[in-house]
Write a protein that binds this ligand. Structure first.
Ligand code: SF4
Ligand code: SF4
Length: 380
């Protein structure tokens, strides 16, 4: 049997394979200190589909348990937790997608991301070429309101406000179903101590430190490289979000109209965030392509690459806009940038971004479980 095969039961669903492997791990328990997955596993004697989805979303694919495992391929037990859980996570994203039929976008996610982004850019280009005079589009504008000579402020707010409302609704619906399937109460999710414990674990990427010496990714040697790139991506995204929030406050509360000066808080936050969104996604892409194929689900390459490429492109077009904003290229660059951002928004609920929602929910549940008596296991 090839070492690249990792399913004992040919045709087993990812959840069934996850169940099989967890039964073996629960008898072995060698990896108890590696991450949150194994203490949670040890609280159970049997594993429902919701349990397997929960455990899979606690796993961040570091590979430590694969490299440590005496039952990993070529052993006949073929235990491969990281790859199996990667497959389960994709099923989770599909199952909890809202509206449900949109879950199909996960099957060819790279193609879907490319198509949606291309269509969004084309829609913006067609709209601008139809509605804006060539003199206005190709003119060099400066000062407050120059962007809105090409695309009116209300049009931007209408398009992105509607897209954001839909994205938030899709996230809420997916999360609600995920949380309900785990048979947890909604009130417990908002319990301050567990919520902040999970939030702290997210903000510090606690489980990407491999217990202190770095995680075994992209290969067996421990390293903090993945955590560094992940942090750059996460905080880059949050800084760009903060820049947009500050800009909105200035527009509506202070009456200060964009574009803002290079030294303004909005531009500084956006620039720092943009740098994070160039280096972080590029680094994660590089690591993913170097990573041990045994850890990965090859079918998800398009989803991973598509999301990271879209983040990179959003930042790149944002910087281009910053450089050309007082030249005749501003109109075209702004149009393309907004098209890319719209593509990113529309694919947020149907791409890799959703791992943030389900992993956070899983971490909150883990924090809740840690506060409950453990009747099944001797370790925590
Ligand atoms: S991954 Fe392997 S070594 Fe680790 S608990 Fe499971 S069976 Fe044991
Ligand atoms: S791959 Fe890493 S995070 Fe996932 S279960 Fe194994 S040790 Fe835990």
């Amino acid at each position: 049997m090839s070492v690249t095969e990792h399913k004992v039961v040919v045709g087993a669903t990812p959840h069934a394979e996850g169940d099989r492997i967890m039964q073996i791990c629960n008898a072995c328990r060698y990896c108890e200190g590696f991450c949150a997955v194994f203490p949670s596993m040890a609280r159970r004697l049997t594993f429902s589909e919701a349990d397997i989805s929960y455990l899979a979303n606690l796993c961040h694919n570091c590979g430590a348990c694969y490299y440590a495992c005496q039952y990993a391929p070529p052993h006949e037990f073929l235990v491969n937790v990281p790859r199996t859980f990667a497959e389960v996570r994709k099923e989770t994203y599909k199952n909890y997608a809202w509206p449900k039929p949109m879950g199909a976008l996960y099957d060819r996610n790279g193609l879907a991301t490319a198509l949606v982004t291309t269509l969004a850019v084309c829609a913006f280009l067609v709209g601008v070429f139809q509605m804006v005079s060539p003199a206005m589009l190709w003119g060099a504008h400066s000062g407050p309101g120059s962007f809105y000579k090409v695309i009116p402020h209300n049009t931007m707010v209408g398009i992105f406000g509607a897209a954001m409302a839909f994205v938030i609704l899709a996230f809420v619906m997916g999360f609600r179903q995920f949380w309900a399937d785990m048979e947890e109460k909604m009130g417990d999710f908002a319990s301050p101590s567990t919520f902040w414990e999970a939030m702290w674990n997210v903000l510090t990427l606690k489980y990407l430190d491999g217990g202190g010496e770095g995680c075994t990714y992209p290969d067996e040697k421990p390293s903090f490289t993945r955590r560094t790139f992940h942090h750059l991506t996460f905080y880059g995204f949050m800084l760009c979000f903060a820049a947009t929030t500050v800009g909105t406050f200035k527009h509506y509360i202070l009456g200060w109209i964009a574009p803002y000066s290079l030294g303004s808080l909005t531009v500084v936050l956006g620039t720092l965030g943009g740098i994070g969104l160039l280096i972080g996604p590029a680094g994660l892409l590089w690591l993913k392509h170097k990573a041990d194929p045994m850890l990965k689900d090859a079918k998800q390459r398009g989803m991973d690459d598509g999301f990271l490429a879209l983040l990179f492109l959003t930042s790149l077009t944002g910087f281009l806009l910053l450089f050309v904003r007082e030249t005749s290229w501003m109109g075209l660059t702004l149009t393309i940038h907004l098209g890319v951002v719209l593509g990113l928004f529309l694919m947020l609920p149907y791409g890799k971004f959703v791992h943030a929602i389900y992993r956070f929910a899983a971490l909150v549940r883990y924090a809740l479980e840690r506060r409950r008596p453990n009747t099944n296991a001797s370790f925590e």
